[in-house]
Design a protein around this ligand. Structure first.
Ligand code: MGD
Ligand code: MGD
Ligand code: SF4
Ligand code: MO
Length: 729
């Protein structure tokens, strides 16, 4: 396949563009700020002003080979955007909380002093755990690592969690249960197009990981098959050999049904199952019930399609099962992940090139950011805070005693519950915008408003920052350096292209300076550069199963990234997992899981007869705080809408572009209708990138998965009401 042999193409490209660059520009090799694809890009910098002026794709990056999406090509516009917060902001009048109003500029000293004063007062009065940290994984590994240390050592609180709880936590839980380790992909992306069958469930790949698409299409071009499970006819579903158009929230039945057919029709790899797995017999018994007929009844998919999908996957010499938030953001997300993973384990299509299981990791550092201590129960290197040996290992690096290490906290959504109950009274929020992205917004906004004191670090004034008492100006990804781990598990290097704008600072530096003022300087003051943090971080991960110790910046540069685990200087890293058929459970075997079907937490009924599901569009990123400010992206998608099937629209007597009221048991919002045949008749879809009264999370259900504590963003019961309003022009 020509895209993969990139060398000739790359050499030719560089020759062609040699004279295209302006004499006063330099290129800084880096990766995109947004999704887990982490497309390779060069930021173009004007050497006269030392400012970023543009971008070009990197043809020499083996994963994305010169490809970028509309967000990537405009990402550079974030850095010098007029909306940047350039100095710390303080709000004196707490009655204005929840609005953009009432902030004044302040010096860093004044902002830090106020934070230290208020945090200390709160902890003296209500105990250490009255403070909380809520973070995100658009940050480098180094920043994610230090945020965990900041919470536990500088603030001494147990309450830290992060936005990956809403993103990768079910994938993590499923992989841990099935494999004993959580690396999002068992194989490198550069293998994927060479497989014989791609089974993609709950991923709108063409809009959310667009630069994977040349590999997806290539599978079909080479004569392989594409099977897609999605309630909507997304661009990949449209071109799939089979589109399994299931009802939202019914994946567990579908995966069980297909597994049953694989077993009944002789596609079991007996040798693999016997020597390398546990749980087969029990699972075989359980899935017997999931005949095509019963599976079809639950999922709403035609029986023939289920049968054909199982046949294609079963027959394919190599196959990759891939999934994303469509299956994971359910209150049985972990079960869904294990159920789809079962397909690979039972057929032995794993632990070798061109076969395996992968989740489409969402955020830029959605993989690395979940491994090194931002999660309420995790410490660096994927160590458990509940394991005394793990705690001791980390304490040695941090220079604290095990008694000083706080206990495990609670998950992201549960932190809001504790805020509302006043158990948590202070919040340090960074790199997340939960006033848009958390479920059940009416409750979450009330919880944020009830805080005694809130700090928000961001480079733009987000909807969440409107609840803050102090806003700290952070930098964009292009103004600092460090590593991130892409969706393959490949550790890559982000490089600095410009000095921080105004008085903004990288998050790690704010945390070091705050720690010093909180009297914890001896644990933080030695960290003077991003590289210092990186060195400590590598050491802290050493010996954990997410071991990054051998991933030096030099090696990352030389090898086009390093796949973890990478244990020492001589270890090249691990592109393919489980090649030795050794899994990470104590007995070395993987677990085939017997998983009874459960319906979504909220099923449609007479009052709320529709199923609401939510997700993304190609032009916006997550809460939209970044992409809604980029003119081109805003022009392409200025507002949210609700997708409705023509027959459903007819039933409600509503027209294309008419504004309707959409409501659930938790809230309501008004949306323009987009009539489309690309959705099931019983389902409606709304993208979630918009805030305030446009946020679909006013309506979503916070029913949590019992293992991952992931909310059920993907399925709840809803109703539409026609308004007397005229069609909007
Ligand atoms: N353009 C863009 N790209 C992004 C992002 C973005 O915000 N915008 N965000 C990044 C991040 S953080 C993430 S997590 C990923 C998310 O990437 P995806 O998971 O691909 O994106 P979503 O749109 O949330 O959901 C994917 C699909 O799940 C389907 N779905 C809904 N309910 C169900 C169900 O019950 N079962 C199944 N099988 N499918 C269902 C939806 O119809 C949708 O097409 O994208 C990353 N890339
Ligand atoms: N209904 C519904 N809700 C969802 C989802 C869904 O599919 N449906 N998906 C969920 C998923 S998968 C995710 S990942 C979450 C994401 O939701 P959020 O966590 O809200 O994601 P972002 O919009 O990226 O928020 C990041 C914020 O931090 C800022 N920021 C970016 N980089 C940095 C940095 O380095 N430092 C600091 N201090 N700030 C920075 C940005 O400007 C932005 O305001 O949303 C979840 N919510
Ligand atoms: S696919 Fe993801 S990483 Fe690549 S350019 Fe688009 S947003 Fe950036
Ligand atoms: Mo995500």
């Amino acid at each position: 396949m020509q895209e993969v042999n990139v060398k000739p193409k790359r050499d030719q490209f560089f020759k062609e563009i040699e004279n295209v660059h302006h004499p006063n520009e330099k290129l800084v090799k880096t990766h995109c700020s947004y999704c887990g694809m982490q497309c390779g890009m060069n930021l173009r910098v004007d050497t006269r002003t030392n400012k970023i002026i543009g971008v070009e794709p990197r043809y020499d990056w083996p994963v994305t080979v010169g490809k970028m999406c509309p967000k990537g090509v405009t990402a550079y516009q974030q850095t010098n955007h007029p909306d940047r917060i350039l100095r710390p902001l303080i709000r004196d009048d707490a009655s204005l909380k929840g609005t953009k109003e009432g902030f004044r500029e302040a010096s860093w000293d004044e902002a830090y002093d106020l934070i230290v004063k208020r945090f200390t007062e709160l902890q003296e009065k209500y105990g250490k755990d009255t403070l909380s940290v809520f973070s995100g994984v658009s940050m480098t590994n180094e920043k994610c690592y230090l945020t965990g240390k900041f919470a536990r050592v500088a603030l001494g609180t147990r309450y830290i969690d992060y936005n990956g709880r809403f993103c990768m936590s079910s994938a993590a839980g499923g992989f841990l249960r099935s494999f004993g380790i959580d690396r999002g992909s068992t194989l490198p992306w550069t293998d994927i197009h060479e497989t014989d069958c791609l089974f993609i469930a709950g991923s709108n790949t063409a809009e959310c990981h667009p630069t994977s698409m040349f590999r997806v299409w290539n599978v079909q071009e080479r004569g392989g098959y594409l099977i897609v499970a999605d309630p909507r006819e997304t661009p990949i579903a449209r071109r799939a050999d089979i589109h399994l158009d299931l009802r939202p929230g019914t994946d567990l039945a579908l995966a069980n049904g297909i597994l049953n057919l694989l077993i009944q029709n002789g596609y079991v790899d007996e040798e693999f199952v016997k020597n390398h797995t546990n749980g087969f017999e029990e699972t075989k018994e359980l899935v017997k019930e999931f005949t095509p007929e019963y599976t079809s009844e639950i999922t709403g998919i035609a029986q023939e399609k289920i049968i054909r999908a199982a046949e294609i996957y079963g027959k394919a010499p190599n196959a990759v099962v891939m999934f994303a938030r469509g299956v994971e953001q359910q209150h049985k997300g972990v079960d869904n992940v294990s159920a789809y993973t079962n397909l690979a384990l039972v057929t032995g299509k794993i632990g070798r090139p061109k076969s395996g299981v992968a989740t489409f990791t969402g955020q830029g550092n959605g993989q690395g950011g979940r491994e090194h201590g931002q999660k309420s129960d995790l410490l660096p290197g994927y160590r458990k805070i509940t394991n005394p040996k793990h705690v001791e290992e980390v304490c040695k690096v941090w220079g604290i005693t095990p008694e000083e290490m706080p206990q495990a906290g609670v998950s992201a959504y549960e932190m809001f519950e504790l805020m509302e109950q006043k158990t948590i009274r202070g919040l340090y929020l960074l790199c997340s915008n939960p006033a848009v992205s958390a479920p059940n917004q009416n409750f979450v906004r009330k919880a944020l408003k009830s805080l005694d004191f809130m700090v928000c670090a961001d480079f733009y004034l987000s909807e969440s920052a409107e609840f803050a008492d102090v806003i700290l100006p952070s930098v964009t990804w292009s103004e600092d350096e460090g590593t991130v781990t892409n969706l393959e598990g490949r550790i890559i290097k982000i490089n600095k292209a410009q000095e921080p704008l105004g008085e903004s600072k990288p998050d790690w530096l704010m945390q070091v300076e705050l720690a010093e003022r909180l009297g914890k300087g001896k644990y933080f003051s030695h960290l003077k550069t991003a590289k210092d943090v990186a060195e400590e971080f590598r050491l802290a991960s050493k010996g954990g199963y997410a071991d990054y110790y051998g991933a030096t910046w030099d090696k990352i540069e030389k090898q086009d990234g390093v796949f973890w685990p990478c244990r020492d200087e001589n270890d090249p890293g691990t592109p393919h997992m489980f090649l030795d058929k050794k899994f990470y459970h104590p007995d070395g075997k993987a677990k085939i899981c017997a998983l009874p079907y459960r319906p979504p937490a909220e099923e449609p009924d007479a009052e709320y007869p529709l199923r609401l599901t939510t997700g993304r569009v190609v032009f916006h990123y997550l809460s939209g705080n970044q992409t809604r400010r980029i003119q081109f992206l805003r022009d392409m998608c200025p507002e949210p809408y609700v997708e409705v099937h023509p027959e459903t629209a007819a039933k409600y007597n509503i027209e294309h572009e008419e504004v309707v009221r959409l409501y659930t048991r938790r809230g309501e919002a008004k949306y323009k209708v987009k009539i489309t045949e690309a959705i099931r008749k019983d389902t409606v879809f709304v993208p979630y990138h918009f805030g305030h009264e446009e946020s679909i999370n006013l309506l979503t259900n916070a029913a949590l998965d019992p293992i991952s504590r992931m909310p059920e963003f993907k399925a709840c019961a809803a109703q539409i009401e026609k308004l007397s309003m005229k069609k909007v022009q």
